[in-house]
Design a binder for this molecule. Structure first.
Ligand SMILES: Cc1cc2nc3c(=O)[nH]c(=O)nc-3n(C[C@H](O)[C@H](O)[C@H](O)COP(=O)(O)O)c2cc1C
Length: 223
């Protein structure tokens, strides 16, 4: 697979088939992604792999906490900017509208939206759930490194015919993730990553999100 094919075919999938993923493939994806660049070669990423019963246990524990109203301290970092400029607000709302239209959840249907949101914590039924963490003392630079590592995981998954969905939703329940996976106190839970075989016939998986033209964010200096 060409790099561009991996990039173009990657998109966030939100309906997975139960088909298992070979541990050897997960290991290959992680080992290869581990070649990611990082400033000073710090390699600051920490990864927790959950599969089979362990994956289901984590999901059950989070959903149980959710049902009990045990929201804990919440995400430890700003998952979104504190204030949205209109352009970003529009983008976020557009993708939400497109996704919920495909899901058949009408605007204002809070029950339907909540039901969909819960699916995050089941990794959208993917058999493998990864959790990406970084030590709390790390700076913005190391968070960039973790982002690069995350992207490499997503692209390499494509080469194995697998799909992914990055999920900041897990940072909200970091207290449960911590408890279930033994994540040390000195680590911040950045996000989850669903990994598995996407259901090609599932309508929500047909969402191709929009991108702004490069003229909107590129400034050329040629002479
Ligand atoms: C760091 C990060 C966190 C995300 N968190 C979630 C999430 O919690 N739930 C979800 O359904 N999608 C999540 N997404 C997926 C984004 O909505 C998606 O990447 C964006 O809409 C662009 O669509 P695409 O990935 O299909 O190209 C996340 C993406 C990133 C990069």
């Amino acid at each position: 697979m060409r790099v561009s094919e991996a990039v173009k075919s990657r998109r966030s999938m939100r309906v997975f088939k139960p088909d298992p993923v070979a541990k050897a493939d997960i290991e290959w994806i992680i080992t290869t992604a581990n070649r990611a660049a990082s400033n000073g070669n710090l390699q600051p990423w920490k990864l927790y792999v959950t599969m089979n019963a362990a994956r289901r246990r984590l999901s059950a524990a989070i959903l149980q906490a959710m049902d009990k109203g045990d929201t804990g301290p919440g995400a430890e970092y700003d998952v979104y900017p504190k204030q949205f400029k209109p352009v970003y607000d529009q983008r976020r709302k557009l993708v939400g509208k497109q996704l919920y239209t495909l899901l058949g959840v009408p605007r204002g249907d809070t029950v339907g939206m909540q039901k969909q949101f819960r699916k995050n914590y089941e990794f959208f039924d993917a058999p493998v759930g990864l959790l990406l963490c970084v030590e709390r003392g790390m700076g913005n630079g190391q968070w960039i490194d973790c982002g690069i590592f995350l992207d490499q995981l997503m692209l390499l998954a494509r080469e194995k015919g697998l799909h992914t969905c990055p999920q900041a939703a897990f940072s909200r329940f970091q207290h449960v993730v911590r408890r279930e996976l033994g994540v040390h106190d000195d680590q911040v839970v950045i996000c989850g990553l669903a990994l598995g075989h996407a259901d090609p016939d599932a309508v929500p998986n047909s969402l191709i999100t929009e991108r702004a033209p490069i003229e909107d964010f590129v400034r050329w200096h040629e002479e």
